[in-house]
Design a protein around this ligand. Sequence first.
Ligand code: DGT
Ligand code: CA
Ligand code: CA
Ligand code: ZN
Length: 587
Amino acid sequence: MTKTDIAAVLTDIGVLLELKGENPFKIRAYQSGARVLESLAEEELAQRIAAKTLGEVKGLGEALVQKITELQQTGKLEFYEKLKASIPPGLVEMMSIPGVGPKKVKALHDQLGIDSIPALQQACLEGKVAALAGFGEKTQDKILDGIRNREAYGKRHLWAEAWEAAEPILAGLRKLPEVQQAEACGSLRRKMETVGDLDFLVATNTPAPVVEWFISHSNVKEVTAQGETKVSIRTESGIQADLRLVPPEQFVFALHHFTGSKDHNVQMRHRALQRGLSMSEWGLVPAEGEGTAKEKAALRGPQSDITTEAQLFQHLGLAFVPPELREGLGEIEASESGTLPRLLEASDIRGVFHNHTTESDGHNTLNEMTAAAQALGFDYLGIADHSKSSVQARGLDEKRLTAQVAAIRDLNASGKFTTYVFSGTECDILPDGRLDFADEMLAQLDYVVASVHSSFKQSREDMTQRIVRAIENPCVTMLGHLTGRLLLEREGYAVDTEKIIDAAIANHVIIELNANPYRFDMDWRHWRKAAEKGLLCSINPDAHRIGQLDYFQLGVGVARKGWLTKEHVVNTRSLSEMKKYLADKHR
Ligand code: DGT
Ligand code: CA
Ligand code: CA
Ligand code: ZN
């Protein structure tokens, strides 16, 4: 465990003890112990534990030293586990309501027997909470509000929603004359599929006016924490946003630190230590000598030789690691050995497959979709409306599909658009793995996306077999949304991903990276290995209206996160290459 993790446990113990109404001195010992620990350098903690000199640090008594050592060496603490087990989980949960701390929870529990959020809500509605000493009407209203907002605020957010909230804030920060540099860090910068909170970082010598703007710009619902160099707000849409303000010379170190991920940072710090350096949000300083990293960075003054992340990596003998790859999943090793991939870029995409029109459940006509694709500069557009079994999506039967094929042929012949249209289908994979159309029908199309849209509850084995059977059909060009997941809404159906990937490679079937922000399916975690084995990816917006063709850009972000290069992605190919690929597959 790192000192930050250990400090968090100590803080937590303090809170739990307070909930139990323990002796205030004991509680304070844990609280201040956590602070003392935070101020130690990571390497100092390890050194002192090894040398058994942790007790010499002011503020760490015998009992704390023993507990910190246990945590550092085993990652666990029996005292803590027992303490947690002795407290109803509902009490801890109640503290997630703004303004409700351990003292209030204890009072509510002792005097009204409240041990959960629903019970608390009920008591508030009955006016019992206002009647308690130290509470009152105002507090009761605030608690009720907090409970109502909890659901909206407590959850994670789709990357696209987070970006929508972040973009205007970032632009606003960059416009301020006091701001030299501003960046959004954290999971947003790393392009995680969901984002917990936004992390903004600003380089400035005069933080006050920047803080002032940040807490009062148009999207702020509530200021949740405010200091001189760190503030947090909640936006109207319910997203929490942190802003940190650092002097310009510290910016690059803070940028790297707050971009994370935690795992990446841990590995980078370790690498720095091997080179006798201590790496932190404050700077890169010699590891030995007196003082914390912060103090050393302050003493040393501006580190003018490192002003970009590329230089920071270079200082540790590494090539620049794109933020999307910073998950501690081998990117540092690849960077060291010069084998980092040259990641896919949005400008590499030449066209997109898997798009719907008004023929099935889309909102725009073939003409409108083609015009929009042309406006995006695409060389080709693939139409793949639903097949007849998807009744709720007005899936096409053979007759309507045949008519659509003819309409697309005519459109291409008309010379109306420079964008070439491929005719396809998003063909349902029936519960037994057969396709919704016979081969004779499918053979008239340029390509086939095969997708599961029914019988989601099949066993993992049946579902896997079902999909593999579809993949083995020579008419299938690509597999649609592998798991059918809807992020933050619906788990995907259970499948043996490995097996499906292998079947796709063996049968020359592409797997889609569905770029709809709710899907991002197949998950980025599978792509690196799959692509190394030879799997081809298609980045598919699954657009149901013209504006959604743009989703391909989100898909590129996810593909980058999955270590994909231009060569791994089929729709980076030119129109003639694409025509040839599809014709070959048909044969
Ligand atoms: P999120 O907000 O849950 O989607 O995920 P992140 O990655 O944005 O995490 P967040 O907002 O808690 O912190 C932003 C970055 O700051 C994180 O990616 C790495 C850095 N960081 C925060 N806490 C720690 C920590 O305890 N240890 C280390 N090494 N880095 C941390
Ligand atoms: Ca974050
Ligand atoms: Ca954060
Ligand atoms: Zn679909």
